[in-house]
Design a binder for this molecule. Structure first.
Ligand code: EPU
Length: 455
């Protein structure tokens, strides 16, 4: 296994561009199942989760060609219906192939995703939505088996005990584009990734309105066609880098920053005493240059994670790392995944003073964090430990960084480009490991598929 060896204490400075969004790219890739013609995506980050989705789509008869961050997805075999457990268990987002498969092929067999490190993650709302559209759903040998000759439009309330569901909305919206009649999703997730998916589907010939609001209306069509699409910038990567710049008392310019999608974070950072400003007000606010700089003491704050446009659960751990160094007590409440706190005991190993009570953590600010060996156990928790390591005095070893590779492309290289001192090492031997080269083929077009990389 691999670990990061971090020498702390260097402020981050310089410029860095934000990559395309993982959580947008995964459902966009799954949407290729809906069309007999190819879909070309630009700005797909070369991450472990994206590779997992490529493997899964390969199993489901989709040929994938890649060049750097361009990806062409072409359905070549619609008889493949089974998403097996050994692929699904590597990535919960596999569930977003269910709606497209059912809508286009009339049948899908997808292994039921299990729990994961951040807690219980049921898919009951996905299934309830598809059943409301006429799907017959059974569970056999741990697999969800869904069948429907043609799904029928209806009104679906998709709210659950923790609010809306992001991938549930993606699944139902994708299924409804080929259904007979009109589907209305009430209490739909409003996340920018949903609006991005609707943009792709509409460009493929779907008829969706209201995506990005709690009511989405989808008028079914008979067939979708080919298109090209640019994946939106990753708001969680942007937020992580912004928090890193602040936490290290640095001064960084982030390019392609999705300002409009991160207001919950930028407002909070300003309250904490961090300078966060757009560099050129004429740039589009979903992709602009933002300066993040900090000096002096941080103010403590209260925050609660919420569905968009509230504060994202995917940035809770990273902001908590920063609040460890605030002057005073902060309170963090997790309303989406009440158990998403695996980073808490690890931050305490670095000298933080965190006390958890149920879904709330009291963060008592300390003057400094001290480097220590710590263990990552989920994606965003790992990012939090890495940021804490950059700010800490001395050396921090973050083990099991395969978690962070699921959602950040070579995070150590990105942070090192801003002056951090991070080495990727073998956990056993301590030897330094170089980066893995990107898969490069050749320029891609929307012509018939030529080479296969997915199987
Ligand atoms: N929920 C249910 N029933 C369902 C679905 C969800 O009760 O059928 C609950 C969940 O247990 C949770 C809440 O509803 O308490 C919200 O879950 P949601 O379905 O919105 O999560 P998701 O769609 O599975 C996506 C992201 C997560 C992110 C959440 C919340 C992707 C691939 N994943 O998951 O991202 O935390 O939305 O914003 O888009 C990450 O990137 O680190 C990550 C975990």
């Amino acid at each position: 296994m691999q670990a990061f060896r971090i020498q702390g204490g260097t402020p981050l400075t310089g410029q860095l561009a934000v990559d395309g969004s993982k959580n947008a790219a995964l459902p966009l890739m799954a949407a290729s199942l809906l069309s007999p013609e190819p879909v070309l995506l630009h700005g797909v980050p070369p991450l472990a989760d994206v590779n997992n989705m490529v493997n899964l789509l390969g199993e489901l008869g989709v040929q994938v060609e890649r060049q750097d961050r361009d990806m062409k997805l072409s359905v070549v075999d619609e008889s493949r219906l089974h998403a097996r457990y050994d692929i699904v268990k590597t990535m919960r987002a596999s569930i977003c192939t269910l709606g497209p498969m059912l809508a286009r092929r009339g049948e899908a067999r997808i292994s039921m995703p299990g729990g994961c490190a951040i807690g219980d993650r049921p898919v009951d709302l996905h299934l309830r939505g598809l059943e409301a559209m006429g799907a017959d759903i059974t569970l056999e040998g741990g697999d969800i088996i869904a069948r429907a000759k043609r799904l029928k439009g209806t009104t679906i309330f998709l709210g659950g005990p923790f609010g809306s569901t992001v991938l549930g909305t993606a699944n139902i919206m994708s299924a409804a584009v080929l259904a007979e009649g009109v589907t209305i999703i009430e209490s739909a997730a409003c996340e920018p990734e949903i609006a991005d998916l609707a943009r792709l589907l509409n460009a493929m010939g779907a008829c969706i309105s209201g995506a990005g609001t709690p009511r989405v209306t989808i008028k079914g069509v008979d067939e979708l066609h080919s298109t090209e699409h640019h994946v939106l910038p990753d708001r969680i990567v942007a937020g992580t880098l912004a928090i890193g710049a602040a936490l290290s008392k640095g001064d960084v310019q982030l390019l392609d920053f999705p300002w409009d999608h991160l207001l919950a974070l930028t407002h909070l950072l300003q309250e904490i005493g961090v300078t966060v400003e757009r560099v050129d007000p004429n740039e589009p606010c979903d992709r602009c240059t933002v300066r993040v700089a900090a000096e002096g003491a941080f103010n403590p704050v209260l925050f609660t994670t919420q569905p968009y446009p509230g504060f994202p659960t995917d940035l809770q751990a990273q902001l908590m790392a920063l609040l460890c160094l605030a002057r005073g007590n902060s309170i963090v409440t997790e309303k989406i995944y009440p158990d998403r706190f695996m980073h808490v005991p690890e931050l305490n190993r670095m000298g933080a003073k965190l006390v958890r009570q149920g879904p709330t953590v009291v963060v008592q600010g300390v003057p400094e964090l001290i480097g220590a060996p710590v263990m990552a156990s989920d994606l965003r928790g790992s990012a939090s430990l890495i940021l804490a390591g950059i700010a800490a005095r001395g050396e921090t070893i973050v083990s099991r960084v395969y978690h962070v590779d699921r959602g950040y492309f070579r995070l150590e290289e990105q942070l090192n480009a801003l002056g951090a001192q991070i080495q990727r090492v073998d956990s056993e031997s301590g030897e330094v490991i170089g980066g893995v080269p990107c898969v490069v083929t050749r320029p891609l077009s929307l012509e018939a598929p030529t080479i296969a990389t997915a199987h």
